[in-house]
Design a protein. Structure first.
Length: 207
């Protein structure tokens, strides 16, 4: 067995060399760890950006579709309410004509029933001079929708979202003139919406 005797200088040189090599190894290790951390960081940012883009791509069309459906529903409700309001105006005009042609005062039943603060309801399926006009005590009741005939009335059907109130006011300066205001209200989401149709009636028999 041969035992090699190493001088102190050589031992120191070897020690310094090994320490330098270890130092280089540690530096490479740290740099490698930094690269991995940066790479993972960029991957996380990219993932978040991708998720944000995906959410926008999904949510934006859904929001637009929801707004479109809401607008379409509002337009539909408004058209129906406008027709119901105009129907109320035509009903009062028909009642006026029926009175005049029958030899009665032109506002018979109309003024006494529909001149109150709450107005009255008009049922297009009933006689305009007999039982088609009913004074409202408080808020007027909702119209009923008959699904079989697709008509709005007060006799039968499901409760609709529409409420119609008719008010007739005689002109203070001209007894042969009266104003008619028909208000149709309905709930649109959390809002109460309404359509008002107005006209002026005259006692054409006196003209």
């Amino acid at each position: 067995m041969v035992i090699r005797v190493v001088s102190r200088r050589e031992y120191k040189r070897v020690f310094i060399y090994k320490r330098q090599r270890h130092k280089e190894y540690l530096i490479k290790k740290i740099v490698s760890m930094k690269d991995n951390i940066l790479q993972k960081g960029f991957t996380l940012v990219e993932a978040l950006v991708a998720i944000a883009i995906l959410l926008f791509a999904i949510v934006a069309p859904m929001t637009m579709a929801s707004l479109g459906l809401h607008s379409a529903q509002f337009a539909k409700d408004q058209i129906i309410a406008s027709y119901l309001a105009q129907e109320g105006v035509e009903y009062i005009r028909n009642a006026r004509d029926t009175n005049v042609l029958g030899g009665a005062s032109w506002l018979t039943t109309i003024l006494s029933t529909c001149n109150g603060t709450d107005g009255c309801i008009v049922d297009g399926f009933k006689s305009p001079t007999l039982d088609g006009l009913t004074a409202c005590s408080g808020a007027c009741g909702p119209l009923l929708f008959n699904t079989s005939s697709s008509e709005y009335q007060y006799t039968s059907g499901d409760i609709s979202p529409y409420t119609r109130s008719v008010r007739v006011t005689e002109d203070e300066d001209n007894p042969d003139e009266a104003s008619v205001a028909v208000t149709v209200s309905w709930s649109g989401g959390t809002l109460l919406r309404s359509v008002v149709a107005t006209t002026t009636l005259f006692n054409w028999q006196s003209i």
